[in-house]
Each structure stands twice: as C-alpha cells, then as structure tokens.
Design a protein around this ligand. Structure first.
Ligand code: MG
Length: 362
C-alpha cells in the first residue's frame, strides 16, 4: 500500500447562472481533481476549487503546488501512516490551503478504503441525513426575491443572502426577500467583508429592530480586521459569524480568545484539510461558539467531504453545502445524494466517489 503515483486533472463545470458575491463573479467551476494511486490498486480522489479573492489560489497555482511541492514528498510512503503523510502535506509549502485540502481528501479516501470504512466513520461519526441552506446571489432586490421564491418551491427553508453594497441598498435587498416571504423562513446574511465597522453596527441594529429571522450576519468587515469584527460583535444584537477571518485553528483560537465572533464558518478550502477543520469545530465547542460547515463554489467531491464532517460532528448547527445546485452538470460518480435541501451520505468505503467524467489532463 505504498503511494506510487499522484495525478492532477482539471475539470470545467458550467453554472446555471453567474455566481455573484461582494468579492467576485464567476460563471463556471474551474476545479482540480487529484488522484492518489497506491501500488496495490487502492486509490483516493480529492478536489479543490480556486478562489483567488479569498485563498489567493488559482487553478494553475494549485496544480503547481501539488505537482512541484506536495506530491514529490509523498511518493513511496506507506498509506497506513496517514497522520505522517498529512503532516508532510502541511509542511510541504506555506499557504496553498485549497491545494492541500484536495490531496488531504484523496489520502483520507484511500486510507478509508484500506480500512474498509466510510469517511464519516473514520471521523468518528456515521452516515446520516443532513439539511443545507441555499445561497441567493447578490443582485437587485427583485431578482433576489424571485430566486428565493424559486428555492422555496424546491423545498428550501433557509437562505444565505449575499449582500455587500451600500447600506441602504443592502437593507432593501434583505427587506424585499424577508417581507416577500412573510419572514417565515431563516435568512442568513453574508456581507463578504463589504461593510465598514460603523455601517455593520448600524445595519445589524436595524435588522434586529425589524424582527427578521436572521440567525447570524456573516463576515461583515475585512478579513484581517479582528478588532473591527469584535467591535461589531459586541455592539450587534444579531450574532456574528467569522468566515474569511477564520482559515486555520490558529485564527479560530485568536478569535475565540478575543471573543470577536459568535460562530465560525469552516471550509476545507480554507483549512487545508479535514483534521484542521475538526480542530476548529472542537475548539468552537470548547469556547461556547457554534459552527457552520460550508464550501466554496466547488464540486460534489468537496461537498461530500464537508458532509462527512457534518456527519461526524453533530455540534455543527448550520450547513451551507448548496454548490451542486448551481452547477449544470455533475461529472462525479457516487458521493452524497442531493435532493433539494436534503443531503444523504451513502454507505460504502471512503467518500464514495468512484470516478469523474470529462477529466482534463494537466
Ligand atoms: Mg461567507
């Protein structure tokens, strides 16, 4: 069970409509797929999505990070030494969290197959049914309401409203959606760093006064402005979630010790791997914080691995794993079953994705 080959591929998955947030607009997923092959025929698959505006990584940079730095250090290693392998992935080069996450998923997948267990079981949980929200892209108030009503018709009851314009415009967007749906659902608000500290405090107070069912406001201020985030959090009647501020366990520990937020948004593309994500979730429990597990605009493979973490940690209160709904095709064979807001992890070994169609060589 020695690692004897690591291949990296590209995939292109078109979207139903452009994905728009305060940080970026994209019209297709340009992900990578990693295949770790062992000498006894066992293989593992991983994937990653480039999100330059958040992680600083492009499709090309992820390919180079794996081919030039990570893969060479893993050749010939015994797959059963999973923790050693994952330590080498972490120390292979600084940053590059999404590239590291892709190869970490592949190692976990292969290791689970070796031990004939599912990924949720390997993480200490069990396959179970999950429920996700759906993202409503940044747009005019009218279009955001139309998109929300369409999602309601598909069974969704929780929405992540992407905002990030002028304060009055964002209030109008949120009000249009909430009042247009009788405030009967759950409306998560994500500003993607777009507001100033003062505007964040103002808008959170107004939203609270309006009595909208908003469980939290996500990343109102710039990612590295921990003091600003804390100021908003202390002033806001609504709870504040850290997303772009929280990549690593170290970020989460700093934020928790500062008491700068109420929740963490955990994404594999930021943590660089499954174990680091689990560490953040367990830290949150220790500090009385809550967690959402989420994804970038990434493939079903990434969604499946994030779902495995949710299966393994019932302390996760919120799921934001809707990226598959935005994609026009699904080239992945196996993995989670997705129907509207419902996600079900299948029984089987590893993450359950056995193959990927239309892989492009690199
Ligand atoms: Mg976010």
């Amino acid at each position: 069970m020695l690692i004897h080959n690591i291949e990296v591929y590209r995939i292109e998955v078109p979207l139903h409509k452009p994905f728009r947030t305060a940080l970026r607009t994209v019209d297709a997923c340009h992900d990578i797929v990693v295949k770790v092959q062992c000498d006894d025929g066992i293989f593992g698959l991983g994937s990653a999505a480039p999100t330059p505006a958040i992680t600083g990584e492009s499709q090309e940079s992820m390919i180079r990070a794996i081919k030039d730095f990570i893969a060479p250090s893993l050749m010939g290693l015994d797959l059963s030494h999973r923790v050693l392998i994952q330590d080498l992935i972490k120390s292979s080069l600084p940053g590059n969290s999404s590239a590291k996450a892709a190869i970490d998923m592949a190692i976990y997948d292969a290791w689970c197959k070796l031990h004939k267990i599912s990924l949720p079981a390997a993480l200490g949980g069990d396959c179970r049914k999950l429920t996700t929200d759906i993202t409503i892209c940044l747009d005019t108030p009218e279009t955001m309401l139309t998109d929300t009503l369409e999602a309601i018709s598909k069974g969704f009851e929780s929405f992540k409203l992407k905002v990030g314009g002028a304060l009055e415009e964002d209030l109008e967007r949120i009000s249009k959606v909430v009042l247009g749906t009788d405030n009967k659902f759950e409306y998560r608000v994500d500003a993607n760093q777009a507001w100033s500290v003062d505007d964040s405090i103002l808008i959170c107070a107004k939203l609270a006064d309006l009595g909208f069912n908003i469980p939290f406001v996500e990343q109102p201020v710039k990612s590295r402005d921990f003091e600003g985030l804390k100021k908003v959090s202390k002033s806001s009647p609504l709870r504040i979630l850290a997303d772009e501020s929280c990549f690593s366990y170290r970020d989460a520990l700093t934020l928790a010790q500062m008491d700068a937020c109420d929740l963490f948004n955990v994404k594999l593309m930021k943590t660089g791997g499954i174990d680091e994500a689990l560490r953040i979730i367990d830290l949150a429990t220790e500090y009385g914080k809550e967690c959402m597990i989420s994804s970038m605009l990434e493939s079903k493979l990434g969604i499946t691995c994030a779902a495995a973490i949710a299966c393994a940690r019932p302390s996760i209160n919120y799921l934001d794993l809707d990226a598959s709904h935005m994609q026009r095709i699904d080239p992945f064979i196996g993995g989670v079953n997705i129907s509207g807001p419902n996600i079900e992890f299948p029984n089987g070994f590893g993450h359950g994705i056995s193959d990927v169609a239309n892989l492009l060589t690199t």
